[in-house]
Design a protein around this ligand. Structure first.
Ligand SMILES: Cc1ncc(COP(=O)(O)O)c(C=O)c1O
Length: 394
């Protein structure tokens, strides 16, 4: 059975981590894999999570199965974090999933059942797993223009022109904030324009929000998504607790469906549960139990919001320091865009060869498509990294 299988090809980001680990240089810098790091280069357990863990361990009396939808209080918390105060609150349902990755696949499977001819439009470029997951669900995938390699910002005019061709059988996948990999986000007026196009042409918006709180703040990061949810009949959302609760390995996320009315949203949820039953049956419990514990407790919520805001501020400060080092020491404003990007990632606009040069000559590991993880920097690395970026750019 297995003799015909080709040798597996490692995911580029995973093989980058292996190469980094095997690099003997002391001054190597890992700007590859997308995890948040503090100034000591660690990905710590957040204080609010640690405290919630004590509460969960003390109070949990059973490891019996939870339902197919996971923890319903967690599901409601995810709806509240994203949609509180919008008209969508009365026509929405949510299912806890194994990370946003699980949510992406469940919503992909849902679309395949509800509308088999769906084409999913994704940004060019997009999160490396968007295309494989949608294709694995049996859907067609098409790209819309997104990033300008000249300005290093979103090319809104071209994006809107492409999206003006999306119709009723199409789903347009957007990043809620902190676009992965580019770091370039659409502004509020672009959210309004895309909403208008969806109303006019009938496509369904699908928002993947994996970094809420890492861009402009917890509430600010959901503003575009909320405007859209208020103004469209149907919408899909995937959300993740990997980054903003630091729960990566606990696989905690949710799939959210907004329908024309509550009945339709409930029917969609019922279908997702059937699909989940034949896939993984039910999501792991621990991460969602922690998030629920935090969000149901005022003091823990405050602690969490404070920590999240410190993480966001740290990213901002690293961006500013790297830019000013390039500007002041190396006399170049070529990289000023880094300061305007949001979240953990920035695309430098380097070729594969330039990224290889950064890796081979300087031991600086970014992804081959030019993406670097700002959170992988520490203040002490910045002069060296700025010098390398400047040298490679020449
Ligand atoms: C845009 C985007 N969506 C989804 C995910 C998947 O996150 P999770 O760890 O919750 O599966 C990621 C993770 O990097 C991401 O960047």
């Amino acid at each position: 059975m297995f003799s015909q299988l080709p040798k597996p090809v490692l995911d580029p980001i995973i093989s980058l981590s292996v190469a980094y680990r095997n690099d003997p240089r002391d001054n190597k810098v890992d700007l590859g894999i997308g995890v948040y790091r503090n100034s000591q280069g660690e990905t710590p357990i957040m204080k609010a999570v640690q405290q919630a863990q004590d509460v969960v361990v003390e109070h949990q009396k059973s490891k019996a199965y939870v339902g197919l939808a996971g923890c319903e209080e967690f599901n409601q918390s995810m709806i509240d974090l994203l949609l509180k105060g919008t008209s969508a609150e009365s026509r929405v349902s949510a299912v806890q999933t194994p990370g946003a990755s699980g949510a992406l696949r469940m919503l992909g499977d849902l679309m395949k059942v509800a509308q088999p001819e769906t084409t999913v439009w994704i940004s060019n470029p997009s999160y490396v797993n968007h295309k494989p997951v949608m294709e694995a669900a049996g859907l067609k995938v098409k790209y819309y223009s997104y990033f300008s390699t000249e300005t290093k910002q979103v090319d809104t005019a071209r994006m809107l022109e492409d999206l003006s061709h999306a119709g009723p059988k199409d789903v347009v996948l957007l990043h809620g904030c902190c676009h992965n990999p580019t770091g370039a986000d659409i502004d509020f007026s672009a959210w309004q324009e895309i909403t208008k196009l969806s109303q006019q042409n009938g496509f369904t918006p699908f928002v993947d929000i994996a970094y809420q709180g890492f861009g402009d703040g917890l509430e600010e990061d959901a503003k575009g998504l909320q405007f859209m949810a208020d103004n469209v009949e149907e919408m899909l959302i995937t959300t993740s607790c990997s980054k903003n609760f630091g729960l990566y390995r606990e696989r905690t996320g949710a799939a959210i469906v907004i329908g024309n009315n509550q009945d339709e949203a409930n029917n969609a949820k019922g279908k997702i549960l059937t699909l989940a039953r034949s896939t993984y049956t039910m999501p792991p419990d621990h991460g969602a139990a922690l998030v629920k514990t935090i969000l149901q407790d005022e003091t823990l919520t405050l602690t969490w919001k404070q920590e999240l805001s410190e993480m966001q501020q740290r990213l901002l400060s690293l961006r500013q320091t790297l830019c000013s080092e390039l500007r002041n020491t190396h006399n170049t404003s070529q990289f000023d865009f880094i300061e305007n990007h949001k979240g953990m990632f920035t695309v430098l606009g380097f070729t594969q060869e330039q990224m290889a040069q950064l890796r081979e000559e300087y031991g600086i590991y970014g992804v081959g498509d030019g993406r670097i993880n700002i959170a992988g920097l520490s203040e002490s690395h910045i002069p060296f990294v700025a010098q390398a970026i400047n040298a490679v750019a020449k």
